[in-house]
Ligand binder design. Structure first.
Ligand code: SF4
Length: 368
């Protein structure tokens, strides 16, 4: 006898936002390698790199990491310095360090398998709400909406949300709107689509409103407030720091040190450094600094008529102005002094293998 069954509950019709984005996405998306995989490790790598840089710049890093470390076990087993070396040029090295720790945590605590749910992924060090939602939806189809800068902007404009997107309290409001429009059966595609829409169509400065499929439903467009949304509180003022590097050479070897924690570039290698309030330093001051390091000068390039080369470097909240005072030492630094200061001498090939801030790499490339 046939037992009558209740008709399957129909999934609710997708919202206007979901329909428009799912229609827009296949016709406009960029063909990117991380969109062809469901491997949570590869997706996680791409997300960590893309939080740091734009797609075009991040792509070679993604390919390099996957080639050098095809599995999370490979990444976990790699020496930290080597990982930092692969990351070199992306900046914000604590992100690379966290990435390495996360890989080790996955191997140690999860038997080398990424957790398959949003809640599980959030247990991983350095995996925040955005990355967890991205991996959970892209790799495991979990219906959880992502919120990144692109999504904040799209939602703020379409729904006329005026909360400050830099304020942590706003996340709840935006998350609720995103979740409400996420079609559970197409979570991955919706998430990809809304981020891509923000990156290509609803861009920060010149959104293509004229040819936008959401124009008639877009609050910001209808109210002439496209350039006013999203609302974002001003970032902290940028401060300028003056670095004076002493590039100590003895024979063919240069002295470098590992940077300690508590400041930028932890764990990377740079030269002996004095930070001052002035952009320039007299020859006499340079000599004094080098002698304070225990060094005896033979010759130096610090004469007033030959100014030390200066390189500038911009970080998120700091502008660095770095002067490089090249100094030739008569003798190796006394061992105790070098040890106290963390300075060690390295050959050119050893320096090549050390992880270094871009500023130092640029100086070395110019000084060749
Ligand atoms: S109309 Fe303009 S502001 Fe509104 S969603 Fe489209 S591109 Fe963005």
């Amino acid at each position: 006898m046939l037992v009558p069954t209740a008709p399957a509950a129909a999934s609710p019709a997708p919202s206007f936002l979901a329909s428009a984005l799912l229609n827009w996405y296949p016709r406009h998306r960029r063909d990117l390698p991380w969109r062809h995989t469901r491997n949570p490790y590869a997706i996680w790598l791409s997300e960590v790199i893309l939080q740091q840089t734009r797609v075009a710049q991040g792509l070679p890093y993604y390919l390099d990491f996957l080639t050098s470390y095809p599995t999370v076990q490979d990444l976990a087993a790699a020496p930290e310095q080597e990982v930092l070396r692969h990351w070199q040029g992306l900046g914000y090295y604590s992100r690379a360090r966290n990435m390495h720790h996360t890989a080790q945590q996955v191997v140690r605590e999860f038997d080398g398998q990424f957790p398959s749910t949003y809640a599980g992924l959030r247990q991983l060090k350095g995996v925040g709400p955005y990355t967890a939602a991205a991996i959970a939806s892209f790799a495991f189809d979990e219906a959880v909406a992502v919120l990144d800068g692109n999504v904040f902007r799209v939602l703020a404009r379409i729904f006329g949300l005026h909360s400050d997107i830099a304020a942590p309290a706003s996340r709840k409001e935006f998350q609720a709107v995103a979740d409400q429009h996420l079609p559970p059966a197409h979570a991955a595609e919706f998430n990809q689509a809304i981020m891509e829409f923000g990156a290509l169509q609803c861009t920060p400065l010149k959104p293509d409103c004229l040819f936008c499929p959401l124009q008639s439903q877009c609050w910001a467009f209808q109210h002439g407030q496209v350039t006013l949304l999203p609302v974002k509180a001003k970032a902290k003022a940028v401060r300028t720091r003056y670095f004076h590097y002493f590039v100590l050479r003895h024979g063919e070897r240069l002295y470098l040190k590992e940077r300690p924690g508590g400041d930028i570039w932890q764990g990377l290698y740079d030269f002996a450094l004095a930070e001052t309030d002035a952009a320039t330093m007299s020859a006499a001051e340079v000599v004094r600094h080098v002698e304070a390091l225990g060094g005896t000068l033979v010759t130096s390039h610090v004469a007033e008529d030959r100014p030390a080369p200066t390189l500038r470097h911009v970080l998120s909240h700091q502008k660095l102005e770095a002067r490089f005072h090249a100094v030739e030492l008569a003798a190796a630094l006394p061992e105790t002094a070098a040890r106290d200061l963390g300075l060690r001498s390295y050959s050119a090939s050893e320096i090549e293998a050390l992880p270094k801030p871009v500023l130092i790499s640029n100086y070395l490339a110019k000084a060749k």
